[in-house]
Design a protein around this ligand. Structure first.
Ligand code: DHB
Ligand code: MG
Length: 226
């Protein structure tokens, strides 16, 4: 879309302060230097996530897919002011290490706990801790991990959340286009259709929002736990 990148740049330069941006620039450059794929949120998307988490009054945030900690910095900034905490799951030890550096550089190292392992192994452990009263339920979840498991992750997030919690799933439109769920590609029969499954799920109320900007054409699903 013509002008989409220019509007993103305008939004960023006016609504994200230099002080706020410095640690985020560091997260991008340190991640890139360490060979981490450049697929983190854009600054404007990160700020949006921060505003959403603040709006929801979130205290315990769950993140699936730490990557280099870029979104983790934005989420931590939304919750750390009122004693909140981010629990982030990452499968790759190298990414975990770089994220740890980036979060520490941003001054939120103590506000983000990174749990290493595949989501499908770590999530049941978290569930057990909640069951045993060792951990509070989540009130905001950001899912930005492997697309094959998007609905499985959403299902876990619902089970681990309080009523009224928000669940944000990144890259849903991109995944729909790439797997032929919508568009011209031949339908990949293996692809889980997150949107169709969420629509049949009575535990949540959800919407799918399309986006343009620095990360091109994409979109996210936003759900609230009933
Ligand atoms: C891509 C973008 C993302 O935000 C992500 O999490 C994974 C991949 C992409 O541009 O392909
Ligand atoms: Mg993403």
């Amino acid at each position: 879309v013509k002008h989409a990148e220019a509007v993103d740049a305008y939004s960023q330069s006016n609504l994200i302060s230099t002080t706020e941006g410095e640690a985020l620039d560091h997260a991008y450059s340190n991640s890139s230097k360490n060979g981490i794929p450049e697929i983190a949120l854009s600054p404007v998307q990160g700020k949006f996530l921060n505003v959403l988490a603040t709006m929801s009054g979130a205290k315990n945030v769950l993140e699936l897919g730490t990557l280099g900690g870029y979104s983790g910095i934005w989420l931590a900034r939304a919750v750390s002011k009122h004693g909140g905490k981010v629990t982030s799951i990452e499968i790759d030890p190298k990414r975990r290490d770089v994220a740890t550096e980036n979060l520490e550089y941003a001054g939120v190292g103590d506000d983000v706990e990174i749990l290493l392992g595949p989501g499908l192994e770590v999530l049941p452990r978290i569930a057990k801790e909640i069951e045993d009263g060792k951990r509070e339920r989540f009130d905001f979840t950001f899912i930005d991990a492997d697309w094959e498991n998007q609905y499985t992750y959403l299902d876990w997030a619902v089970k681990l959340s309080k009523k009224g919690s928000a669940i944000y799933v990144d890259n849903v439109v991109r995944q729909m286009l790439e797997s032929g769920i919508v568009g011209d590609e031949k339908r990949d029969p293996e692809a889980d259709d997150l949107v169709a499954l969420t629509g049949k799920d009575d535990r949540v109320e959800a919407t799918l929002i399309q986006t343009v900007g620095a990360k091109d054409y994409d979109g996210f699903l936003l759900a609230v736990v009933r």
